[in-house]
Design a protein around this ligand. Structure first.
Ligand SMILES: NC(=O)c1ccc[n+]([C@@H]2O[C@H](COP(=O)([O-])OP(=O)(O)OC[C@H]3O[C@@H](n4cnc5c(N)ncnc54)[C@H](O)[C@@H]3O)[C@@H](O)[C@H]2O)c1
Length: 349
């Protein structure tokens, strides 16, 4: 006879439908702003976290990754994939789900979808980095690659930095049309461009978020003028980059967790003595971010576990006392902890 699960068996679960309800309940731009602050707060206490490069299982067309971290109280992990060819089959390039657990007992305390949440946290991380690195007067951004991440990146830069105009380019005009449609009414001026070169004209911030499992060259050195901030998010896997290495020679490059970025980021193309700065040191004020109006700053984003930790703890706080989750019967809870088999036996028939 199957018994109803006990309270200890139940773990709050945020489905895709509930995540979307939560985001609309909070408001997309407020969500992005608050998430940016949550990520920044965790970057400011970076040394407290247990850190490791994510564990990837690579195949010909993609990668599946596990991203764990802990601040000593709460543990988190995210499952995420990256399959650029998925889109042609009507599937997402990136899908994800994640979990928070109590370090003291190891018991999960939250499970959520993270496909939508990853797009939000990646955009919030970009905005957090740009807050420290982009020119203070930034009003125009370019986005090259107008897929799933694109609108999130634009809205986070608007919410956090006050960006007013977005110049869009994608090799597939249908992607740009989709972004124009989705951003209509957002308050952002949107301009469709016919090349990457045209898109970056007059942009203070250049975001590259293309997907191709290759050493791609989305930007070459001659395209990039002085004083811009580049936010490169699509180079996030061994053998998958977006920038010509000559750009990196002129730029000051900021990274999340160096042992992971050396494997996955734009800097995988550079010699090991190439200078990089950890972004968390800029957040704490230990190191300068932008120091010169002519400087090219580059955030070589690959996506690090602490950003997912921040997103998960933010969602956990936000769903408290709401209807935006359900309870999953996830943890076996026998009356006598040693009598797991007895619990199974009693469930027969
Ligand atoms: N750094 C991070 O934290 C992070 C997080 C999420 C996703 N990503 C990466 O960001 C990238 C974008 O993700 P997505 O979910 O938007 O992918 P997507 O497949 O939905 O969109 C990618 C877009 O790039 C376009 N594109 C490909 N090559 C191009 C080129 N040479 N010039 C212009 N456009 C080009 C495609 O037509 C497509 O519209 C992926 O590489 C993904 O792995 C990084």
């Amino acid at each position: 006879m199957l018994l109803a699960p006990s309270k200890k068996a139940l773990v709050p679960f945020v489905s895709v439908a509930n995540m979307m309800r939560l985001v609309h309940h909070v408001g997309v731009e407020i969500f992005l702003k608050e998430l940016t602050d949550a990520i920044e707060a965790d970057f400011a206490r970076w040394p407290e976290f247990d850190k490791t490069p994510r564990l990837g299982s690579h195949s010909h067309d993609g990668v599946i990754e596990l991203m764990p971290t802990s601040d000593g109280q709460i543990y988190s992990f995210k499952y995420v994939n990256g399959h650029p060819k998925n889109m042609a089959q009507g599937l997402q390039t990136v899908t994800a789900f994640g979990l928070l657990a109590d370090v003291a007992t190891g018991y999960p305390v939250l499970q959520t979808e993270m496909t939508v949440l990853t797009a939000l946290r990646t955009a919030a991380t970009s905005a957090m980095a740009a807050r420290h690195l982009a020119p203070k007067s930034s009003r125009t951004m370019a986005i090259i690659g107008n897929g799933a991440q694109c609108e999130f990146q634009a809205l986070a830069m608007r919410a956090v930095l006050g960006i007013e105009s977005v110049r869009l380019f994608d090799i597939d005009p249908k992607a740009t049309e989709k972004a124009l449609r989705n951003l209509a009414g957002s308050g952002l001026e949107t301009v469709a461009c016919t090349s990457a070169q045209a898109a970056i004209e007059g942009a203070d911030i250049i975001t590259t978020c293309t997907a191709d499992k290759a050493f791609a060259t989305i930007l070459t050195d001659n395209m990039v003028g002085s004083g811009v901030h580049i936010n490169a998010i699509g180079g996030d896997c061994p053998g998958k980059t977006e920038l010509h290495p000559d750009i990196l020679k002129r730029a000051d490059t900021f990274v999340e967790y160096p042992p992971q970025t050396w494997i996955e980021g734009e800097i995988q193309q550079m010699p090991k003595d190439y200078p990089i700065t950890e972004l968390w040191r800029v957040v704490t004020g230990e190191t300068e971010g932008r120091r010169d109006p002519r400087q090219i700053t580059l955030f070589d984003s690959v996506g690090f576990a602490i950003e997912d930790f921040s997103a998960l703890r933010y969602v956990r706080e936000k769903i408290r006392d709401t209807q935006f989750f359900e309870e999953l019967d996830m943890i076996a809870d026998p009356d006598d902890p040693r009598d797991l088999f007895g619990m199974l036996s009693r469930a027969a028939g």
